[in-house]
Design a protein around this ligand. Structure first.
Ligand SMILES: Cc1cc2nc3c(=O)[nH]c(=O)nc-3n(C[C@H](O)[C@H](O)[C@H](O)COP(=O)(O)O)c2cc1C
Length: 288
Protein backbone atom coordinates (compact mmCIF):
# COMPACT_ATOMS: atom_id res chain seq x y z
CA UNK A 1 0.00 0.00 0.00
CA UNK A 2 1.31 3.49 -0.85
CA UNK A 3 1.49 5.67 2.23
CA UNK A 4 0.10 9.15 1.62
CA UNK A 5 2.40 11.94 2.76
CA UNK A 6 0.35 14.61 4.54
CA UNK A 7 1.39 18.25 4.82
CA UNK A 8 -0.38 21.07 6.65
CA UNK A 9 -2.77 22.99 4.35
CA UNK A 10 -1.30 26.20 3.02
CA UNK A 11 -3.12 29.55 3.27
CA UNK A 12 -2.77 31.63 0.10
CA UNK A 13 -2.54 35.43 0.16
CA UNK A 14 -2.70 37.53 -3.01
CA UNK A 15 -1.26 41.04 -2.73
CA UNK A 16 -1.41 43.39 -5.68
CA UNK A 17 -1.16 46.98 -6.84
CA UNK A 18 -2.93 47.83 -10.08
CA UNK A 19 -3.67 51.45 -11.08
CA UNK A 20 -4.95 50.54 -14.58
CA UNK A 21 -6.43 47.11 -13.86
CA UNK A 22 -4.21 44.56 -15.65
CA UNK A 23 -2.44 43.34 -12.53
CA UNK A 24 -5.84 43.11 -10.83
CA UNK A 25 -7.07 40.93 -13.71
CA UNK A 26 -4.15 38.55 -13.14
CA UNK A 27 -4.71 38.61 -9.36
CA UNK A 28 -8.39 37.71 -9.87
CA UNK A 29 -7.42 34.89 -12.22
CA UNK A 30 -5.10 33.48 -9.55
CA UNK A 31 -7.83 33.87 -6.92
CA UNK A 32 -10.44 32.07 -9.03
CA UNK A 33 -8.13 29.18 -9.90
CA UNK A 34 -7.03 28.77 -6.28
CA UNK A 35 -10.67 28.70 -5.18
CA UNK A 36 -11.41 26.18 -7.93
CA UNK A 37 -8.69 24.01 -6.41
CA UNK A 38 -10.37 24.39 -3.00
CA UNK A 39 -7.56 26.46 -1.52
CA UNK A 40 -8.05 29.10 1.15
CA UNK A 41 -7.39 32.57 -0.32
CA UNK A 42 -7.23 36.12 1.07
CA UNK A 43 -6.79 39.07 -1.29
CA UNK A 44 -5.05 42.36 -0.42
CA UNK A 45 -5.31 45.43 -2.66
CA UNK A 46 -2.47 47.82 -1.83
CA UNK A 47 -4.39 50.81 -3.18
CA UNK A 48 -6.90 50.64 -0.31
CA UNK A 49 -4.60 52.47 2.10
CA UNK A 50 -1.03 51.36 2.32
CA UNK A 51 -0.50 51.33 6.09
CA UNK A 52 -3.69 49.52 6.94
CA UNK A 53 -3.32 46.91 4.20
CA UNK A 54 0.36 46.33 5.05
CA UNK A 55 -0.65 45.64 8.67
CA UNK A 56 -3.24 43.12 7.43
CA UNK A 57 -0.61 41.40 5.27
CA UNK A 58 1.83 41.14 8.18
CA UNK A 59 -0.92 39.64 10.37
CA UNK A 60 -1.78 37.17 7.60
CA UNK A 61 1.86 36.08 7.20
CA UNK A 62 2.40 35.81 10.95
CA UNK A 63 -0.39 33.30 11.53
CA UNK A 64 0.66 29.75 12.32
CA UNK A 65 1.01 27.22 9.51
CA UNK A 66 2.44 27.59 6.04
CA UNK A 67 1.32 30.37 3.75
CA UNK A 68 1.98 31.22 0.14
CA UNK A 69 2.10 34.85 -0.86
CA UNK A 70 1.36 35.78 -4.47
CA UNK A 71 2.50 39.34 -4.97
CA UNK A 72 1.79 41.38 -8.09
CA UNK A 73 3.08 44.67 -9.44
CA UNK A 74 3.06 46.50 -12.75
CA UNK A 75 6.54 47.09 -14.19
CA UNK A 76 7.33 50.81 -13.95
CA UNK A 77 10.63 52.02 -15.43
CA UNK A 78 12.04 48.47 -15.50
CA UNK A 79 11.24 47.72 -11.84
CA UNK A 80 8.39 46.77 -9.58
CA UNK A 81 6.55 49.78 -8.18
CA UNK A 82 8.53 50.93 -5.08
CA UNK A 83 5.55 50.60 -2.75
CA UNK A 84 5.24 46.90 -3.66
CA UNK A 85 8.93 46.39 -2.91
CA UNK A 86 8.46 48.24 0.39
CA UNK A 87 5.58 45.91 1.24
CA UNK A 88 7.84 42.90 0.58
CA UNK A 89 10.66 44.32 2.70
CA UNK A 90 8.46 44.54 5.77
CA UNK A 91 7.14 40.98 5.60
CA UNK A 92 7.81 39.09 8.81
CA UNK A 93 10.73 36.69 8.68
CA UNK A 94 9.39 33.28 7.75
CA UNK A 95 10.22 29.65 8.42
CA UNK A 96 7.78 27.82 6.21
CA UNK A 97 6.45 30.36 3.84
CA UNK A 98 6.42 30.60 0.11
CA UNK A 99 6.34 33.38 -2.45
CA UNK A 100 5.22 33.72 -6.06
CA UNK A 101 5.96 37.16 -7.57
CA UNK A 102 4.02 38.21 -10.65
CA UNK A 103 4.29 41.30 -12.82
CA UNK A 104 2.40 42.79 -15.73
CA UNK A 105 4.42 44.70 -18.30
CA UNK A 106 3.50 46.78 -21.31
CA UNK A 107 5.63 45.20 -24.03
CA UNK A 108 8.75 47.35 -23.53
CA UNK A 109 10.69 45.25 -21.03
CA UNK A 110 9.87 43.52 -17.77
CA UNK A 111 13.29 44.72 -16.62
CA UNK A 112 14.51 43.65 -13.21
CA UNK A 113 11.08 43.60 -11.57
CA UNK A 114 10.71 39.84 -11.09
CA UNK A 115 14.38 39.33 -10.18
CA UNK A 116 14.22 42.10 -7.56
CA UNK A 117 10.94 40.87 -6.07
CA UNK A 118 12.28 37.32 -5.94
CA UNK A 119 15.44 38.48 -4.22
CA UNK A 120 13.57 40.47 -1.56
CA UNK A 121 11.19 37.58 -0.89
CA UNK A 122 14.16 35.29 -0.37
CA UNK A 123 15.88 37.78 1.90
CA UNK A 124 12.73 37.72 4.05
CA UNK A 125 12.93 33.93 4.21
CA UNK A 126 10.23 33.09 1.64
CA UNK A 127 10.98 30.19 -0.69
CA UNK A 128 10.13 30.89 -4.32
CA UNK A 129 7.70 28.41 -5.88
CA UNK A 130 7.21 30.17 -9.20
CA UNK A 131 6.86 33.51 -10.94
CA UNK A 132 5.28 35.01 -14.04
CA UNK A 133 5.59 38.09 -16.23
CA UNK A 134 2.29 38.72 -17.95
CA UNK A 135 2.08 40.88 -21.08
CA UNK A 136 -0.49 43.67 -20.68
CA UNK A 137 -1.56 46.73 -22.62
CA UNK A 138 0.84 49.60 -21.89
CA UNK A 139 -1.02 51.75 -19.38
CA UNK A 140 0.63 55.01 -20.50
CA UNK A 141 -0.89 54.55 -23.99
CA UNK A 142 -4.62 54.73 -23.32
CA UNK A 143 -4.99 57.49 -25.92
CA UNK A 144 -2.79 55.88 -28.58
CA UNK A 145 -4.23 54.46 -31.80
CA UNK A 146 -2.40 51.19 -31.29
CA UNK A 147 -1.24 50.80 -27.72
CA UNK A 148 1.59 48.34 -27.18
CA UNK A 149 0.40 44.86 -26.16
CA UNK A 150 -3.21 45.78 -26.96
CA UNK A 151 -5.62 42.99 -26.03
CA UNK A 152 -3.32 41.57 -23.35
CA UNK A 153 -3.66 39.96 -20.94
CA UNK A 154 -5.99 37.77 -22.99
CA UNK A 155 -7.09 34.16 -22.75
CA UNK A 156 -3.70 32.72 -23.72
CA UNK A 157 -1.87 34.80 -21.12
CA UNK A 158 -4.34 33.88 -18.40
CA UNK A 159 -4.24 30.18 -19.36
CA UNK A 160 -0.51 30.30 -18.58
CA UNK A 161 -1.26 31.92 -15.23
CA UNK A 162 -3.81 29.20 -14.45
CA UNK A 163 -1.21 26.55 -15.25
CA UNK A 164 1.24 28.22 -12.87
CA UNK A 165 -1.38 28.18 -10.10
CA UNK A 166 -1.96 24.45 -10.64
CA UNK A 167 1.78 23.72 -10.58
CA UNK A 168 2.30 25.70 -7.38
CA UNK A 169 -0.64 23.99 -5.65
CA UNK A 170 0.73 20.60 -6.74
CA UNK A 171 4.14 21.46 -5.31
CA UNK A 172 2.49 22.28 -1.98
CA UNK A 173 0.70 18.93 -1.76
CA UNK A 174 3.94 17.28 -0.68
CA UNK A 175 6.83 18.52 1.43
CA UNK A 176 8.40 21.05 -0.92
CA UNK A 177 11.69 19.74 -2.26
CA UNK A 178 12.33 22.00 -5.21
CA UNK A 179 12.07 25.76 -5.23
CA UNK A 180 12.82 28.20 -8.01
CA UNK A 181 16.53 28.96 -8.39
CA UNK A 182 16.84 32.78 -8.09
CA UNK A 183 18.98 33.04 -11.21
CA UNK A 184 16.04 31.75 -13.29
CA UNK A 185 14.57 35.26 -12.93
CA UNK A 186 17.73 36.85 -14.31
CA UNK A 187 16.61 36.20 -17.86
CA UNK A 188 17.56 39.56 -19.43
CA UNK A 189 20.63 39.88 -21.60
CA UNK A 190 23.59 41.60 -19.84
CA UNK A 191 23.07 44.73 -21.96
CA UNK A 192 19.39 45.01 -21.01
CA UNK A 193 20.20 44.30 -17.36
CA UNK A 194 22.72 47.14 -17.33
CA UNK A 195 20.22 49.45 -19.02
CA UNK A 196 17.47 48.51 -16.56
CA UNK A 197 19.76 49.03 -13.57
CA UNK A 198 20.07 52.71 -14.49
CA UNK A 199 16.31 53.23 -14.67
CA UNK A 200 13.71 53.57 -11.93
CA UNK A 201 10.64 55.58 -11.04
CA UNK A 202 12.61 58.28 -9.20
CA UNK A 203 14.76 58.87 -12.30
CA UNK A 204 11.62 58.96 -14.48
CA UNK A 205 9.96 61.47 -12.16
CA UNK A 206 13.04 63.69 -12.07
CA UNK A 207 13.20 63.77 -15.87
CA UNK A 208 9.73 65.25 -16.42
CA UNK A 209 7.81 68.27 -15.13
CA UNK A 210 5.58 67.51 -12.12
CA UNK A 211 1.94 66.68 -12.91
CA UNK A 212 -0.17 69.81 -12.72
CA UNK A 213 -3.70 70.62 -13.89
CA UNK A 214 -4.40 73.69 -15.98
CA UNK A 215 -6.33 76.04 -13.62
CA UNK A 216 -8.36 77.35 -16.58
CA UNK A 217 -9.68 73.87 -17.32
CA UNK A 218 -9.87 72.35 -13.83
CA UNK A 219 -13.34 72.55 -12.19
CA UNK A 220 -12.13 71.14 -8.81
CA UNK A 221 -14.47 68.17 -9.31
CA UNK A 222 -12.16 65.86 -7.33
CA UNK A 223 -12.19 62.96 -9.83
CA UNK A 224 -8.38 62.90 -9.83
CA UNK A 225 -8.27 62.74 -6.04
CA UNK A 226 -10.76 59.86 -6.02
CA UNK A 227 -9.02 57.77 -8.65
CA UNK A 228 -5.45 58.19 -7.35
CA UNK A 229 -4.39 54.72 -6.13
CA UNK A 230 -1.73 56.10 -3.77
CA UNK A 231 -3.75 58.97 -2.30
CA UNK A 232 -1.15 61.43 -3.59
CA UNK A 233 -3.65 64.15 -4.53
CA UNK A 234 -5.16 66.77 -2.24
CA UNK A 235 -7.68 69.25 -3.60
CA UNK A 236 -7.17 72.95 -3.24
CA UNK A 237 -8.63 75.08 -6.04
CA UNK A 238 -6.68 72.74 -8.28
CA UNK A 239 -5.21 69.33 -7.39
CA UNK A 240 -1.88 69.31 -5.57
CA UNK A 241 0.08 66.21 -6.51
CA UNK A 242 2.29 65.01 -3.66
CA UNK A 243 5.57 63.10 -3.57
CA UNK A 244 3.94 59.69 -3.29
CA UNK A 245 2.74 60.01 -6.92
CA UNK A 246 3.89 56.97 -8.93
CA UNK A 247 3.16 58.47 -12.37
CA UNK A 248 0.40 55.96 -13.08
CA UNK A 249 -1.50 58.77 -14.85
CA UNK A 250 -4.92 57.69 -13.63
CA UNK A 251 -5.62 61.34 -12.75
CA UNK A 252 -4.67 62.44 -16.26
CA UNK A 253 -6.69 59.67 -17.92
CA UNK A 254 -9.87 60.12 -15.90
CA UNK A 255 -10.00 63.93 -15.70
CA UNK A 256 -13.35 64.84 -17.33
CA UNK A 257 -11.95 68.23 -18.42
CA UNK A 258 -8.62 66.88 -19.72
CA UNK A 259 -7.05 69.50 -17.50
CA UNK A 260 -3.71 67.68 -17.15
CA UNK A 261 -1.61 68.26 -20.25
CA UNK A 262 -0.51 64.96 -21.83
CA UNK A 263 1.24 64.54 -25.15
CA UNK A 264 -0.05 61.18 -26.38
CA UNK A 265 1.88 61.26 -29.65
CA UNK A 266 5.32 61.96 -28.16
CA UNK A 267 4.72 59.51 -25.31
CA UNK A 268 3.68 56.75 -27.71
CA UNK A 269 6.66 57.24 -29.99
CA UNK A 270 9.13 57.22 -27.05
CA UNK A 271 7.59 54.02 -25.68
CA UNK A 272 7.58 52.36 -29.09
CA UNK A 273 11.26 53.24 -29.59
CA UNK A 274 12.12 51.68 -26.21
CA UNK A 275 10.19 48.54 -27.12
CA UNK A 276 12.14 48.22 -30.36
CA UNK A 277 15.45 48.69 -28.51
CA UNK A 278 14.65 45.78 -26.21
CA UNK A 279 15.16 42.23 -27.48
CA UNK A 280 12.97 40.69 -24.77
CA UNK A 281 10.30 38.49 -26.35
CA UNK A 282 6.97 40.26 -26.11
CA UNK A 283 5.03 37.45 -24.51
CA UNK A 284 3.84 36.11 -21.19
CA UNK A 285 6.25 33.72 -19.53
CA UNK A 286 5.95 31.46 -16.51
CA UNK A 287 8.80 30.23 -14.32
CA UNK A 288 8.44 27.15 -12.12
C1 LIG B 1 5.04 55.08 -15.11
C2 LIG B 1 4.95 53.83 -15.94
C3 LIG B 1 6.11 53.16 -16.29
C4 LIG B 1 6.03 51.99 -17.06
N1 LIG B 1 7.20 51.33 -17.35
C5 LIG B 1 7.15 50.20 -18.08
C6 LIG B 1 8.35 49.48 -18.40
O1 LIG B 1 9.45 49.81 -17.96
N2 LIG B 1 8.25 48.38 -19.19
C7 LIG B 1 7.05 47.95 -19.68
O2 LIG B 1 7.03 46.97 -20.42
N3 LIG B 1 5.88 48.58 -19.36
C8 LIG B 1 5.91 49.68 -18.56
N4 LIG B 1 4.73 50.31 -18.22
C9 LIG B 1 3.46 49.68 -18.58
C10 LIG B 1 2.90 48.88 -17.41
O3 LIG B 1 3.88 48.05 -16.82
C11 LIG B 1 1.77 47.94 -17.85
O4 LIG B 1 0.84 48.59 -18.64
C12 LIG B 1 1.10 47.31 -16.64
O5 LIG B 1 0.31 46.23 -17.08
C13 LIG B 1 0.20 48.26 -15.87
O6 LIG B 1 -0.37 47.56 -14.79
P1 LIG B 1 -1.83 47.91 -14.23
O7 LIG B 1 -2.79 47.81 -15.40
O8 LIG B 1 -2.09 46.85 -13.21
O9 LIG B 1 -1.75 49.27 -13.67
C14 LIG B 1 4.77 51.48 -17.47
C15 LIG B 1 3.61 52.19 -17.14
C16 LIG B 1 3.68 53.34 -16.39
C17 LIG B 1 2.42 54.07 -16.02
Amino acid sequence: MVKECRVAPCAHGIVYFSPAGSTRKVAFTIEERLKGLEQSVTVFDLSLGMQEVNAQIIAFCSQSGPCCLWIGSPVYADHAVPLVEACLRQLPAAEEQYGVPFVTWGGVTSGLALADMGEILQQQGYLLLGATKVLAQHSSMWGAEQPLAQGHPGKEDLDKVNLLVEQVVNKLKQPVKETLAPDVLEYLSPALRADAAGKNLAVAKASRPPLAADPDKCTSCGTCEECCPVQAITMDKVPIVGDSCVLCMQCVQHCPEQAFPYDHVTTASKIEAMAVASDEEKETAVFV
